[in-house]
Design a protein around this ligand. Structure first.
Ligand SMILES: [Zn+2]
Length: 445
C-alpha cells in the first residue's frame, strides 16, 4: 500500500488554479520535440478516509508545478478504490501529455495490459484525434501484480436516454449473468455545466439526490464519485468525456470487473481522426482502456436513437426520472425537462410518434412542447441529420399523420435550412411565445 502522507490529499482544490491555463496554452505541433521537454511525473496514489468519505489522490508534477488529482466516494465504497495502481491517473493525464507532447514518468505500478495498449495504439489514436504528433511515451515503474478483479458490472447513469437504454439492455435475463448490471456510477468529472467547481458540485449533488431515488427504485446501488478531474483537465467535456469516465471506472477496478459506457452515437458513426466529440472513437478506444482486472465496453451503439427511446419507454421509472434537458432552467418548477430544447423536443417528438408522450407528463413541460411541436416536425421531415432521418423512418413505420403545411414547408426549404429549427429557430422564438403559437397553429393544417 502507498505510504505517502495523506496531507497531500487535503485542500486539494487549491492546487488547481492555473493548471487549465497551462493546458490551454498547449504548444503547437513539434514544438516539444526536443529532448529537454519536461515530463509529467505521477506520484504514488494516497488512499485516505474520514467523515464518511474515502479519497484516492495523486500528485502530478510538471517541473515545479504540482497539482493534486483526487477522486472521492462514500466511505462504504472505500474497498473499491484501487490504490495499487496508477491506471486512473495515467488515463486522466493522457490529455495534457499528448496536447503538450510530454512523456509521463510513473512512480508507482500500472497495468501491463493498459501500458501495452497505450503505447502501441491508444496514444497514436488520441494524438490523431487531438491533431498533435504522437510524442508521448509512458515510462512505467513496474506493473501492478496480478490480482483478480471484482464481479461488479458498472455503468454510468445520468437519467438520459442512453443511460436508461443501457439499463434496459443489461437487466437480468436480457444478457448472460456476467454482463447483468450491478452498479450505477454517477460522476462529477465535467458533465455538470463546467462553470465553477462549486457551481458544478452543487448541480452534481442536486442531480445525485434525484438519481439516487431512481436507482433505488431500479434496485441498483449508485456510487457517486466526486473529483477534481474537470479542474485538472480544463477542456470542453465533450472533447474528452470518454477518458474522464473511464478514469473513474479504473479507479474502482478492485470490485468492478466490467464497465459499460453508453454510446452517444450508432456504431456506423465510428471514425478515427480529428473531432470535437470523443464518442466517435469509442468502439476502438474503449477495449484498449481495459486492464487485467476490468474490461471497458461500449453499449447501445447497435441501436438508433429512436430504437433507444422505444426501449426506454418500456422502463416504468423513466416516466418519473427521465432527464434529457440541456436547458432545465427553462422548465417549470418540479419538471426536469423544458420540452423545447433540441434534446427535449427530439425525445418528446419521438415519444409522441410512438404514442407514449402522455405518459411523460410529469417529466416534460408538455404545454411548451405543444407550442413548438409542428415547427420541429419541419426539421424532422426536411432535415439532413441522422436523427431527422430516423424520425422520418419512424413516421413512415407508424403511419403517423404529419400536417400538410409541415410537409409543404419542409419540401420548399433546403435541407440545411430545415435542419436549423431545433438549434436556432425554436430558441429564437422562445421569447415570442404568442408568435410561436400562431406559427405552430398555422403549421397544423
Ligand atoms: Zn429541454
Amino acid at each position: 500500500m502507498p505510504t505517502a502522507v495523506n496531507v497531500r490529499a487535503r485542500n486539494a482544490n487549491r492546487f488547481f488554479e492555473g493548471f487549465s491555463t497551462a493546458i490551454s496554452q498547449s504548444v503547437p505541433a513539434n514544438a516539444n520535440a526536443g529532448a529537454d521537454r519536461e515530463e509529467i511525473v505521477i506520484s504514488p496514489p494516497v488512499l485516505s478516509a474520514g467523515n464518511g468519505r474515502a479519497r484516492l489522490a495523486a500528485e502530478i508534477r510538471v517541473g515545479a508545478d504540482v497539482k493534486t488529482l483526487w477522486f472521492e466516494v462514500e466511505e462504504d465504497y472505500k474497498d473499491y478504490l484501487a490504490a495499487d495502481t496508477l491506471d486512473a491517473f495515467v488515463v486522466a493525464s493522457l490529455v495534457p501529455a499528448i496536447l503538450q507532447g510530454r512523456n509521463m514518468r510513473l512512480e508507482w505500478p500500472m497495468s501491463a495490459r493498459l501500458f501495452y495498449n497505450l503505447s502501441r495504439s491508444l496514444i497514436p489514436i488520441l494524438a490523431g484525434y487531438f491533431e498533435r504528433p504522437p510524442l508521448t511515451r509512458v515510462i512505467p515503474h513496474g506493473f501492478t501484480p496480478a490480482a483478480s478483479g471484482g464481479a461488479g458490472v458498472a455503468a454510468g447513469f445520468s437519467g438520459g436516454i442512453d443511460s436508461f437504454c443501457n439499463y434496459y439492455d443489461h437487466a437480468q435475463g436480457r444478457v448472460p449473468d456476467a454482463f447483468s448490471l450491478t452498479h450505477f456510477i454517477f460522476n462529477n468529472v465535467g458533465a455538470h455545466g463546467q462553470m465553477t467547481p462549486n457551481a458544478d458540485r452543487a448541480l452534481f449533488l442536486r442531480r445525485y439526490t434525484r438519481l439516487r431515488e431512481c436507482a433505488k427504485k431500479l434496485g441498483k446501488p449508485v456510487i457517486a464519485v466526486d473529483s477534481s478531474l474537470d479542474e485538472f483537465l480544463g477542456k470542453k467535456f465533450e472533447l474528452t468525456h470518454t477518458l474522464r469516465n473511464v478514469a473513474v471506472a479504473l479507479l474502482m477496478q478492485k470490485r468492478i470487473g466490467k464497465f459499460l459506457y453508453a454510446s452517444g452515437y450508432p456504431l456506423s458513426e465510428t471514425k478515427l481522426g480529428p473531432d470535437s466529440n470523443m464518442s466517435h472513437l469509442e468502439p476502438v478506444i474503449l477495449p484498449l482502456l481495459g486492464t487485467e482486472r476490468i474490461e471497458c465496453m461500449g453499449s447501445g451503439g447497435q441501436h438508433s436513437r429512436v430504437e433507444k427511446t422505444r426501449r426506454v419507454a418500456e422502463v416504468e421509472e423513466s416516466r418519473h426520472y427521465l432527464d434529457v434537458c440541456v436547458s432545465p432552467h427553462n422548465a417549470p418548477d418540479g419538471i426536469a425537462n423544458c420540452g423545447v430544447c433540441w434534446k427535449c423536443i427530439r425525445t418528446a417528438t419521438t415519444l409522441k410518434i410512438l404514442g407514449r408522450l402522455e405518459e411523460y407528463g410529469k417529466v416534460f413541460d408538455l404545454r411548451s412542447f405543444a407550442t413548438f411541436d409542428n415547427l420541429y416536425l419541419v426539421e424532422a421531415i426536411g432535415g439532413k441529420s441522422i436523427y431527422a432521418k430516423e424520425i422520418r423512418r419512424l413516421i413512415a413505420e407508424e403511419g403517423y399523420r404529419v400536417p400538410l403545411a409541415v410537409r409543404c414547408i419542409a419540401a420548399l426549404l433546403p435541407a440545411a435550412a430545415a435542419q436549423q429549427f431545433s438549434m436556432r429557430i425554436i430558441p429564437a422564438l422562445l421569447r415570442h411565445r404568442a408568435l410561436a403559437r400562431f406559427i405552430n397553429g398555422c403549421l397544423a393544417w
